[in-house]
Design a protein around this ligand. Structure first.
Ligand code: SF4
Length: 157
């Protein structure tokens, strides 16, 4: 089961997209210097298909992307909901921000347009840092994960 703490429309997380980002709780990662420690707790409301429909319909055509921020405790549930969004809203892009270094086994990337991998390591910094361990990928139609992390670096913004 996935639960979420809150959601908001954001502009930085996915380049060139207006993104409805949902902050998922019960994060199993324990990144030192975590920017959102409340997301480590098993709190919030259940994120299911009905909830997703209500969120997306609230913003209707003003968003171009839906992003799962977290969900590493139940990645295959993220996968299922991503597939549901892709099938229900074919014009909407779908993204996942994960703290995993690698994708989980049997994870279906074809229902995503974007995936961010990598936990937060203070000394390396987040995506915008040149030394970041995190990577941001665009999923190509043939399944290739194209690393476009450069789009976040300060010199390219
Ligand atoms: S993945 Fe994000 S929310 Fe989870 S511990 Fe790391 S920084 Fe915090």
């Amino acid at each position: 089961m996935l639960k979420y703490y809150n959601y908001d429309v954001v502009f930085q997380e996915i380049p060139n997209e207006v993104t409805l980002a949902v902050n998922i709780t019960n994060c199993p990662n324990r990144c030192k210097g975590c920017h959102s420690p409340h997301l480590l707790e098993d709190i919030g409301k259940v994120l299911d298909q009905t909830c997703v429909i209500n969120m997306i319909n609230k913003y209707a055509s003003s968003i171009t992307c839906f992003c799962f921020m977290g969900g590493d405790a139940a990645p295959h549930r993220v996968n299922d909901l991503a597939s549901f969004i892709q099938n229900t809203y074919p014009d909407l892009k779908v993204a996942w921000y994960s703290g995993f270094t690698k994708l989980p086994k049997n994870f279906n990337t074809s229902c995503f347009n974007f995936i961010k991998l990598g936990g937060y390591i203070q000394k390396y910094g987040a995506l915008e840092s040149d030394s970041s361990n995190q990577h941001f990928y665009e999923i190509q139609s043939d399944g290739f994960m194209k690393d476009v992390s450069y789009k976040f670096k300060a010199k390219n913004i």
